[in-house]
Design a protein around this ligand. Structure first.
Ligand code: GRF
Length: 198
């Protein structure tokens, strides 16, 4: 890591298990990533990602958006949660909600996402199954800036591997996770170094 870089403040949004969040925490704690984790926010009360935050003494915030909030209403509640937090970058790490165009434009160039495919291939869900169905030779993960169009923002980093003949969707998920855990901290570090921007 470039020791000259002053740490950026990041907020992570996660809905589930949070293995990418953990990779980011580990990178910070081992000086591979010059960042401070300000808070972890989840739309799922029982997300393990929130527990990971608590273990690090980082504020773990559950945004309770009610049963079926529309996108605008959810983002209003999310903005309230973000209000007063210090951050230069929002990290989506398995965050299972689509943010409104207004929200994305408000933080233009300051939201990153990780996607379990080699974008622009396989936008959306069930990427591993689609890779198998298509007989793709390669699979992998992509870190990209978030823009209003889903999974279509500028690509920052990708890591790929060759699909093995006996790979299952479950095995592909594991292999993609291994890629993700490497490239997400690296992409955030590039942002901290001001080496990338939209
Ligand atoms: C990752 O595969 C990511 O690409 C996708 O959701 C998954 C989250 O995994 N957006 P985790 O919660 O970080 O373990």
């Amino acid at each position: 890591m470039n020791q000259e870089v002053s740490p950026i403040n990041i907020v992570v949004l996660a809905s589930g298990y949070g293995s990418n969040l953990q990779a980011i925490i580990d990178a910070i704690n081992t000086n591979r990533l010059s960042a401070r984790l300000t808070a972890v926010i989840s739309d799922q009360k029982n997300a393990f990602a929130l527990e990971r935050a608590q273990r690090e003494n980082v504020p773990a915030i559950y945004v309770n958006a009610g049963k079926k909030p529309d996108r605008i209403e959810f983002d209003r509640i999310l903005l309230e949660a973000l209000y007063g937090l210090k951050f230069e970058l929002i990290i989506l790490a398995g965050f299972m909600r689509i943010l409104s165009a207004e929200f994305v434009e408000r933080y233009h160039g300051c939201i990153m996402n990780i996607h379990p495919s080699l974008l622009p291939r396989h936008k959306g869900m069930n990427t591993h199954e689609r890779v198998l169905r298509n007989g793709d030779e390669f699979h992998g993960a992509t870190v990209h800036f978030v823009t209003p169009e889903l999974d279509a923002g500028p690509i920052i980093l990708q890591k790929s591997f060759r699909v093995a003949f006996d790979d299952t969707a479950e095995r592909l998920k594991e292999r993609v996770h291994e890629c993700e855990h490497q490239i997400y901290p690296q992409a955030i570090q590039l942002f901290a170094e001001s080496a990338i921007s939209i």
